[in-house]
Design a protein around this ligand. Structure first.
Ligand code: ADP
Ligand code: MG
Length: 144
């Protein structure tokens, strides 16, 4: 199934609601690309999804570590942020084949930094932010 949809988000509360709805449909294995400018809300959305899935700890941005991993009972969430890589080949050192498996849901911020070394995504989420307020447009495309 190919699903293409646009969601109109007015504020951060609606982003949390969107995360809640989306998290109900997430079943490993999945690869999710997160696109959008700096500050558009990619990390915020991932944080909300982790919280909806029951994670109570701190969710920090993987900007410096490149990857953060969260273990749940039956699945694992990988959260990557490739913003800081300067050469696409840097993702090869992450050993993605070992990190991604049947039990993982992997969110990748800035996938366009290394598209040629990444697997194809199941879902692409693009967040378009309005510089003047807290509203966002979310373009969701999915092949599942
Ligand atoms: P990114 O990971 O895309 O660079 P972040 O999630 O780190 O962006 O930052 C988004 C910022 O915008 C946060 O400070 C967040 O509180 C704020 N914000 C305001 N309104 C929204 C919204 N509707 N959705 C997501 N983030 C929002
Ligand atoms: Mg981020």
């Amino acid at each position: 199934m190919v699903l293409n949809d646009i969601f109109y988000i007015e504020d951060i509360g609606q982003m949390q609601n969107f995360a809640k709805k989306l998290s109900q449909d997430l079943k490993a294995p999945l690869i999710i690309f997160l696109k959008g400018d700096l500050g558009s809300g990619k990390t915020t959305l991932t944080r909300f999804i982790l919280q909806e899935l029951g994670y109570n700890g701190k969710v920090k941005s993987p900007t410096y570590t490149l990857i953060e991993t969260y273990e749940f009972n039956n699945f694992i969430i990988n959260h990557l942020d490739l913003y800081r890589i300067t050469d696409p080949e840097e993702v090869l050192f992450l050993g993605l084949e070992d990190i991604m498996n049947a039990k993982t849901i992997t969110f990748i911020e800035w996938p366009q930094k290394a598209t040629e070394f990444l697997p194809l995504p199941d879902i692409i989420i693009e967040i378009i932010s309005d510089k003047n307020n807290n509203s966002r447009q979310i373009k969701l495309s999915s092949k599942i």
